[in-house]
Each structure stands twice: as structure tokens, then as C-alpha cells.
Design a protein. Structure first.
Length: 194
């Protein structure tokens, strides 16, 4: 069980780093980063889970999940470290506690390192790996190509921190509760290039 917790933590940290890289892509200058840190915070919307019927075809699941991942990325990549409680509250309807723990760990790592990020990650395609509507709740494993090429991370000195590939497959485990999809886990593909 310890390896599962360790793997989950690694996935969360990797996701956080990816989100950080994505969010920093909008601005390449430290002065722009500092200006955004002092600007009036943008209200964080509550993310509403997409819905599909219990016997929806895989294509409908993919569309719903692409909307779900996009809305989660919108919230997690554009918020300041001090807003973590607001971010977590806004994601409760669409993500399980283990996923939320990963988001929180990512924010804490950025804050501890004195790093900032700008930019926005986008979803560039979703594929269904498994879909089982016969289970209660219905479950699916889906991989999404996350494009973080517009995300830039700056260290405490304002220097750009380079990361891995700007596009990577992330694998999401989701389940459907009361007609709405919820992220219950995330990992990376063996070959992340997409």
C-alpha cells in the first residue's frame, strides 16, 4: 500500500509541476509575474461536473471528460498559491480527495520554492482506454493530451525553469456519480509523448 501512496504522491507532484509550467507560459518576464502577484485576484469559479447518461457511448464520455479536464485546468493553473482553499472548494464537485491532495501538494511545492507560473494548459484530445457503464458507479479510464506549451515557471530569482515536453498524455480514472463525472485518480503514460 505504501507504493500506491508514493506513486499517487509522485503523480500529484508531476501534475502540479505540469500545471505550474502551463500557468507560467503567458508571461516570460519576471516583472509581469510580480505585477500579476499584486493584481486584484480573479474570482475562482466552482467547477461543475459534466453529465452523461449511464449508457452513454464512449464518444459522449470523451466529450464530457474533455470539458471536465479543461475546466479543472482553467482553475488550477491560474490561481495564486494563497488561494488554495478556494481552488480546492471549487473542485470538490469534480475531483476526489486524493486528486485534490495532489493539487494542494503542487501549490505547496511552488510556494516553498518561491516559484511562480503563468500561462494556461489546454486539452488537445481525449481517448477512452476503458469504459464500463455496467458498474455502479460507471467508470472510465481516459487519457488526455495536455498541452502546456503556454505555461512558464519562474524561480525565486525570476529565471525561467525549463521542464519536460510541453505536450504529454495524462491518464485519468473517472467515475460517474448521479450522472456527473468525477476525477478519482491521475497518472502518466509509459510513453507520455502526444
Amino acid at each position: 500500500m505504501k507504493w500506491i501512496a508514493g506513486a499517487s504522491a509522485a503523480v500529484v507532484l508531476a501534475a502540479a509541476a505540469s500545471v505550474a509550467v502551463i500557468a507560467l507560459g503567458q508571461s516570460g518576464s519576471p516583472s509581469a509575474q510580480n505585477a500579476s502577484a499584486t493584481a486584484t485576484p480573479t474570482p475562482i469559479p466552482t467547477v461543475v461536473p459534466p453529465t452523461t447518461g449511464p449508457s452513454a457511448p464512449a464518444a459522449a464520455v470523451e466529450d464530457a471528460f474533455e470539458d471536465l479536464v479543461s475546466s479543472v485546468l482553467d482553475v488550477t493553473t491560474t490561481v495564486n498559491a494563497g488561494d488554495i482553499d478556494v481552488v480546492l472548494d471549487s473542485l470538490k464537485a469534480v475531483a476526489a480527495p486524493i486528486y485534490l491532495s495532489g493539487v494542494e501538494a503542487e501549490r505547496m511545492e511552488l510556494e516553498d520554492q518561491g516559484w511562480t507560473r503563468s500561462g494556461q494548459a489546454t486539452v488537445d484530445g481525449v481517448e477512452t482506454l476503458e469504459y464500463d457503464a455496467s458498474k455502479t458507479p460507471a467508470t472510465a479510464t481516459i487519457r488526455a493530451c495536455i498541452d502546456s506549451s503556454d505555461v512558464v515557471i519562474h524561480d525565486a530569482a525570476g529565471d525561467v525553469v525549463t521542464g519536460g515536453s510541453p505536450r504529454a498524455w495524462k491518464i485519468f480514472a473517472i467515475e460517474q456519480v448521479d450522472g456527473a463525472w468525477k476525477i478519482i485518480g491521475q497518472t502518466f503514460a509509459d510513453d507520455p509523448a502526444c
